[in-house]
Design a protein around this ligand. Structure first.
Ligand code: NDP
Ligand code: ZN
Length: 353
């Protein structure tokens, strides 16, 4: 089978591999719709997690089951399924402790395009099929449902990590697809004002549709100055970080009220240290908390988030600015993600031929 791979840091290309084998608990599936992620860009072009060679990329997709292992109970050949970007080992002790994303070690629930081939191939393997697949609800568009793999759960996790409560003022730093889902999630959790920080006009428009009340263009001036001015120097109750770099934490801590909480889901692709500003952190006594996380995956999480799409509480299709057809199109779709033209939010590829 062929797949689009990371050949080495900074290099991508098409490769040929054997079709994956199916273990007793596993499934082999063929993609129906897939999408590239900014994380693929950090991994390939920043070398953020180190060298990888001939590793098929991609971790977002909806697929059809072609084979299941002898011990798989709830899925069969022909089922159309949502695949979470994070596919934990559900029997690992870390999963039993509530941190399935770190099953088997730090970030080890993240397997696709990290420790094994990802979804940009003619077929791919899913570990622990009963624990990690979810049936694609009837009537749900596969392209929209592909956003359930990663964009929806990561944005939602940002709001969970920041612990957004009714009436909170929330700043979402970064309104690419992850931040946009964080805006929507903060609104679903009852936020009052939602400050959306970004500059692409297309993202700003969609942020407003998801319920952002205030827009902050970080290219027009400092985030801190703008948000402090807009809040009468009070700052915000919660900050969700879904963009920026290692310096963004300085801004997040500075605009946070005492006792407030930062939820970081940004994947820091470069830099050695994340700095916390001493005075703004109350010399270490501010009760300003920092929570960070890789998105939780797994079947139940997918089923619950899919229910938000079925009930039309959340519509990720607003983010799908570029639609492609055919597996080969993952290459130009990924290059779009790398180059981030101003009219891009998220590309998706329907593998329909
Ligand atoms: P995008 O690149 O599409 O969006 C990034 C956003 O951050 C844009 O709105 C951009 O603004 C803004 N931004 C860039 N630089 C700054 C800055 N210096 N200050 C403030 N805002 C800035 O990324 P995605 O939405 O696709 O992904 C966001 C992050 O989430 C990535 O790092 C990705 O790897 C990570 N991620 C993490 C996961 C997890 O499990 N924790 C899972 C999936 C993704 P502009 O409008 O100018 O472009
Ligand atoms: Zn991703």
């Amino acid at each position: 089978m062929k797949g689009f791979a990371m050949l080495g840091i900074g290099k991508t290309g098409w490769i040929t591999k054997d079709k994956p084998a199916c273990g007793p608990l596993d499934a082999v599936v063929r993609p129906i719709a897939i999408a590239p992620c900014t994380s693929d860009v950090h991994t390939v072009w920043e070398g953020a997690i180190g060298e990888r060679s001939n590793l098929i990329l991609g971790h977002e997709g909806v697929a059809e089951v072609v084979e299941t292992g002898s011990m798989v109970k709830d899925f069969k050949k022909g089922d159309r399924v949502i695949i979470p970007a994070i596919t934990p080992d559900w029997s690992a002790v870390e999963s039993q402790e509530g941190y399935s994303t770190h099953s088997g070690g730090l970030l080890n629930g993240w397997k696709f395009s990290n420790s094994k081939d990802g979804v940009f191939g003619e077929f791919f393997h899913v570990n622990d099929a009963d624990g990690n697949l979810a049936i694609l609800p009837k009537g749900l568009d596969p392209c929209s449902a592909t956003m359930l793999s990663d964009m929806v759960p990561t944005g939602v996790h940002g709001a969970e990590l920041a612990d957004v409560q009714f009436g909170d003022d929330v700043a979402v730093i970064g309104i690419g697809p992850v931040g946009l889902m964080a805006v929507a999630a903060a609104v679903l959790r009852g936020a009052a004002r939602v400050f959306a920080v970004g500059s692409r006009a297309v993202c700003v428009d969609v942020a407003k549709k998801y319920g952002a009340t205030d827009i902050v263009n970080y290219r027009d001036g400092g985030i801190v100055e703008q948000i402090m001015e807009m809040t009468g120097k009070k700052g915000v109750d919660r900050v969700i970080i879904a963009g920026g770099d290692v310096n963004t934490m300085i801004e997040a801590i500075t605009i946070l009220k005492p006792g407030g909480r930062v939820g970081n889901v940004n994947y820091l692709g470069a830099g050695d240290h994340v700095l916390i500003p001493r005075l703004e952190w109350g010399c270490g006594m501010s009760h300003k908390q920092i929570h960070c996380g890789l998105m939780p995956g797994g079947r139940r999480r997918m089923e619950k988030l899919a229910a938000l799409l079925v009930t039309k509480r959340l519509d990720p299709s607003l983010m799908l600015t570029h639609r492609f057809h055919g597996l080969e199109a993952v290459e130009p779709a990924l290059m779009l993600m790398k180059d981030k033209p101003r009219d891009l939010i998220k590309p998706v590829v329907l593998v329909d031929k």
